[in-house]
Design a protein around this ligand. Structure first.
Ligand code: FES
Length: 216
């Protein structure tokens, strides 16, 4: 899937088709930054920098990013790192993300990602909506509370393990589908094979059942 770059007078906006899972938050927003029937559908000169930032932050997959023309100013990280569990869908991660075992453009900034939970994505570790085609289901409940942490924020390392879970290291809160923060801590393994009986946490069910790239 291609990447589209929209050049404006002051800002450059990018849409990365490889990350997009078509949540439709960009063009359904009340902004004129993206308009589905316009060519090109993105136009940074229609809005100011604050609005570009606001629209980019709506995108749960991180497929929309922006920079000013100096290349110095871009989206700031959220003040806290959060994972939101989508019922029968991906895990939305937001924060100051650093990737391990995930291919990405060198030097790229990561603020948001939609990670596959069903194990079926053709674009692992990112969601490509395969959960819908496969009829995969999960309520999005989060059954544990975690040890907590002292301060919010800081870098969150997202490490994808070979044939296994996603390991998060750093201060992070997990929000259940109910909207409530249920788990807080500094280290957690999240299931990405879709088989755990303790979702969203890994319970070892992936062993011998799941193959995916990652760090050993
Ligand atoms: S990755 Fe699914 S149980 Fe470990």
């Amino acid at each position: 899937m291609k990447t589209l770059t929209f050049e404006g007078e002051e800002y450059t906006v990018e849409w990365d088709g490889k990350l997009c899972m078509h949540a439709e938050e960009c063009w359904r927003s009340d902004s004129t930054l993206f308009e589905l029937k316009r060519k090109p559908f993105g136009d940074p000169d229609q809005v100011d920098g604050d609005e570009i930032d606001r629209v980019a932050k709506r995108c749960p997959s991180g497929s929309i990013s922006w920079q000013d023309k100096s290349g110095q100013t871009e989206e700031e990280a959220a003040s806290s790192n959060t994972v939101t569990i989508v019922p029968a869908g991906p895990a939305y991660i937001r924060g100051d993300l650093s990737y391990e075992g995930i291919e990405s453009t060198p030097g790229a900034t990561h603020r948001r990602a939609a990670l596959c939970r069903c194990g079926q994505s053709q674009n692992k570790p990112f969601c490509d909506n395969s959960h819908k085609k496969e009829g995969w289901d999960d309520t999005g409940a989060v059954g544990r509370e975690g040890p907590g942490f002292e301060t919010e924020g800081g870098q969150l390392t997202v490490s994808v393990r070979k044939d296994g879970p996603v390991l998060l290291r750093g201060n992070v809160s997990i929000r259940a589908a109910s909207g409530e923060i249920r788990w807080q801590g500094q280290k957690v393994s999240l299931c990405r094979c879709g088989l755990s009986s303790k979702k969203p946490f890994c319970d070892g069910s992936h062993k011998g059942q799941f193959e995916a790239d990652g760090v050993s």
